[in-house]
Design a protein around this ligand. Structure first.
Ligand code: TXE
Length: 486
């Protein structure tokens, strides 16, 4: 008998006999982890009513007290790191070596960062003769968070942290592929003394997400997912003029100049394509290598890839885990077939891995294409799997033009040992999250978000708190009003 999980509303798990149920599958084994009760209209209404009630309490709490409770949640998350990481491994198929060191850690760090900012929100005051005005930073109200499946708990934390720090409450819908991480966060918040209803979790697919984006009591939507979905979310949110934050997809350039540190550049290209088996939105999947270093880079990469272990994500030695679902694996294998048909050279990988411990899971080899051209679909479209496309370039001017020749604008990396060139080039790349001689590091202090079709707004960083408050100006009349009428 498989266990059944459901939505978490007003501090407790809620069930509705009329609810439809879907399966939560472990992508590494193909086995059912549990069944999930999708939120019904009654559950959704209960979540909104609970949020509205909680907002009255949470928004009136002194920010320093909100900060204390958020910091208590951080302590609990860190104490339960391994238990929570295991849930992420089972739900996503990602390696234990990643989930146990990154997913919970970066989620807790973001909550800690915004807990520290909560009491710093101040208004202003300006004298105008005897009259004066002052401003207040006021919370927005009920926020909807909609998550993707690649970093379930981290995404829930990154959306809850600024929202709650600023005095808002949140109704969070995890991806239907990964329903459990957000529920654990909901439990942790209650244990930390955060009032029930401040963080509600509703389960379900895009239809539940769509319901949230249309609800009149939702003041803001913070979304993480594909570009096409993001466009639908923004359109639906526009009907009630909701504020939106969009963290969307990308096809980011990683540019390696002749004077790059070869070892570092190879490591970065592997991180930027194979970490989380390629299921990271900011990945540098178009690897531009300058002609002078190209051959040495390809040879060194070919040697390094041999060390990568595809297998059981619970094995601490595994580097490449399972893709999120059978259909996503087929999509990635399709792109590999397309790359071959388009004339790219398959340097390494390209096959499903279904031996031994991988036989019932959704595993694909780390795959590298060389002799790619910009017009190939594998260089234009987000694959979201362990597939690297290597492109050769000659000049700085050429590579900047080619790197920017995309509708996306999420991330970019540059490897060079010439400090002027590094900054000069990265300042010309149309992307919001950039690295020089690094790739992928994303501390809570650093705002992240896309240019162009890769997103709207930011997560993490100082400015993000501002996305969750609105400014009220109050003018105080000390002098009598001068009447133009009498
Ligand atoms: O996205 P989907 P996925 C991107 C990544 C990739 C995608 C993978 O680049 O493109 O996310 O995640 C809900 N109205 N990022 O496949 O399908 C759906 O139920 C409202 C970028 O999950 O768009 C799920 O909860 N909601 C990111 C969520 O939207 C709707 C980092 C996302 O689903 C909906 C991670 C609708 N009409 C992944 N339809 C970054 N930039 O940081 C679906 N949903």
């Amino acid at each position: 008998m498989t266990t059944q999980i459901s939505s978490f509303v007003n501090g407790a798990y809620v069930n509705d006999a009329s609810a439809s149920v879907f399966q939560n599958i472990n992508p590494a084994t193909g086995k059912v982890i549990c069944s999930v009760e999708a939120a019904t209209p009654a559950t959704l209404d209960a979540a909104i009513q609970s949020s509205l009630k909680a907002f009255k309490v949470w928004s009136k709490m002194p920010a320093i007290e909100r900060s204390r409770r958020l910091l208590k949640a951080v302590e609990i998350l860190r104490n339960r790191n391994d238990e929570l990481a295991l849930i992420e491994v089972e739900d996503t198929g990602k390696p234990w070596s990643e989930a146990s060191t990154v997913d919970v850690v970066t989620g807790a760090d973001s909550i800690e960062y915004f807990a520290g900012l909560a009491p710093t929100q101040v208004g202003t005051q300006q004298a105008l003769g005897n009259d004066f005005f002052y401003t207040r930073q006021e919370p927005l109200g009920v926020v909807a968070g909609i998550g993707a499946w690649n970093y379930p708990l981290q995404i829930a934390c990154w959306k809850a942290a600024p929202a709650l720090a600023a005095g808002n409450v949140i109704v969070f819908k995890p991806s239907e592929e990964t329903p459990r991480g957000a529920l654990k966060l909901a439990e942790v918040f209650i244990e930390a003394g955060i009032p029930e209803g401040v963080f509600n979790v509703v389960q379900g697919d895009g239809k539940v997400g769509e319901w949230l984006t249309q609800h009149p009591n939702i003041a803001k939507v913070s979304f993480t997912g594909e570009v096409n979905t993001g466009c639908k979310v923004m359109a639906a949110s526009s009907k009630t003029l909701k504020s939106v934050t969009m963290e969307l997809g990308g096809k980011s350039p990683l540019i390696i100049f002749d004077d790059a540190d070869l070892e570092q550049a190879v490591i970065a290209s592997m991180l930027a394509n194979f970490y989380t088996q390629g299921e990271v939105c900011t990945h540098g999947t178009r690897v531009f290598v300058q002609s002078g270093i190209y051959q040495r880079f390809v040879e060194r990469l070919q040697d390094s890839i041999k060390t990568l272990k595809v297998g059981d994500p619970l094995n601490p030695d595994t580097h490449i885990g399972a893709l999120i679902s059978s259909s996503h694996m087929e999509k990635v294998l399709d792109y590999i077939r397309i790359g071959v048909e388009e004339g790219a050279h398959l340097l390494s990988g390209g096959r499903r891995v279904d031996h031994f411990e991988c036989k019932n899971g959704y595993f694909v080899e780390p795959t590298v294409f060389t002799h790619c051209s910009d017009d190939m679909r594998i260089c234009q479209e987000e694959i979201f799997g362990p597939v690297m496309s290597i492109l050769c370039f000659d000049s700085e001017e050429e590579v900047i033009k080619r790197a920017n020749n995309t509708g996306f604008g999420l991330a970019a990396g540059v490897f060079t040992q010439n400090i002027q060139k590094g900054h000069r080039v990265i300042h010309q790349i149309e992307a919001g999250i950039c690295w020089i001689n690094q790739y992928g590091a994303s501390p809570a202090e650093m705002p992240v978000g896309g240019y162009k079709m890769s997103g709207v707004g930011r997560e993490n960083g100082l400015e993000t708190l501002g996305h969750y408050t609105q400014t009220k100006s109050i003018y105080v009349g000390i002098d009598p009003i001068e009447s133009p009428y009498i």
